[in-house]
Design a protein around this ligand. Structure first.
Ligand code: PGA
Length: 239
């Protein structure tokens, strides 16, 4: 599974052109490809890709039902706009908006309730890694899902070390393998995809995908360029 997180990028015309370019990329039917455009373009992009196998996702949503919440978009709305997944708990949102796994539980439940799947992000900061706490942090971010009895069979997890996001510094194969093994041990199931994210590029993709336990990638910057995104998909397919 290779998912593009476009973050707060693209105006409408660029977004539609990028979606069309992604749709034109060849890939085998066993690779699931998803794109997560800004919420405003979801509707139009879902229309563009509707006859293809490309999945469309939101980058966030709230877990509440309809009501007085100015500026918010809930799971039913993104589902209705054509999404099949929602990124939740991205480190940029954890850092900026104080999101935590505990606070996100109702959103995870709401997203699952619509039939979509959450792409639940976890990952440590540079400081946490340097002080030897990386796995404690990631385990701590996963534990609330287990405690709440969330069905992890319907979830995709993305391990994204914060220090590797948007920095060009990809984690080493050893770091990735170690953390993916830790995640796998905590969730205790084999059928939950665990993606890696953090500066995945055409250059780093082979190394990332050869790491044991990696089920694909959550790609930020490189997903804004169709050729680079296609090269990452190609790296996955020759693995
Ligand atoms: P990046 O972003 O590939 O630009 O590092 C990944 C992400 O934040 O999902």
């Amino acid at each position: 599974m290779i998912i593009g997180n476009w973050k707060m990028n693209t105006l409408r015309a660029d977004a539609l052109a990028l979606a069309k370019a992604v749709m034109g990329m060849g890939c085998s039917s066993s690779t699931r490809i998803g794109i997560c455009p800004p919420a405003l373009w979801i509707d139009a992009i879902a229309e563009v890709v509707k006859h293809s196998s490309i999945l469309v996702g939101a980058q966030d949503c709230v877990g509440d039902k309809f009501g007085a919440q100015t500026g918010s978009i809930n799971a039913d709305m993104v589902r209705n706009a054509g999404c099949s997944m929602v990124i939740l708990g991205h480190s940029e949102r954890r850092a900026r908006f104080g999101e935590s796994s505990e606070k996100l539980l109702n959103t995870v439940v709401a997203v699952l309730g619509t039939g979509m799947f959450p792409v639940f992000c976890v990952g440590e900061t540079k400081k946490q890694r340097e002080s030897g706490k990386a796995s404690d942090v990631v385990v701590g971010q996963l534990k609330p899902l287990l405690t709440a009895g969330i069905d992890l069979g319907g979830i995709v997890i993305a391990y994204e070390p914060v220090w590797a996001i948007g920095t060009g510094l990809s984690a080493t194969r050893k770091d990735i393998e170690e953390m993916h093994a830790t995640v796998r041990e905590v969730i205790n199931r084999d059928d939950t995809p665990v993606l890696y994210g953090g500066s995945v590029s055409p250059e780093s993709a082979d190394d990332v995908f050869n790491a044991r336990g990696v089920s694909g990638a959550l790609v930020g910057g490189a997903s804004l360029n169709a050729d680079k995104f296609a090269a990452i998909v190609a790296a996955w397919e020759r693995k």
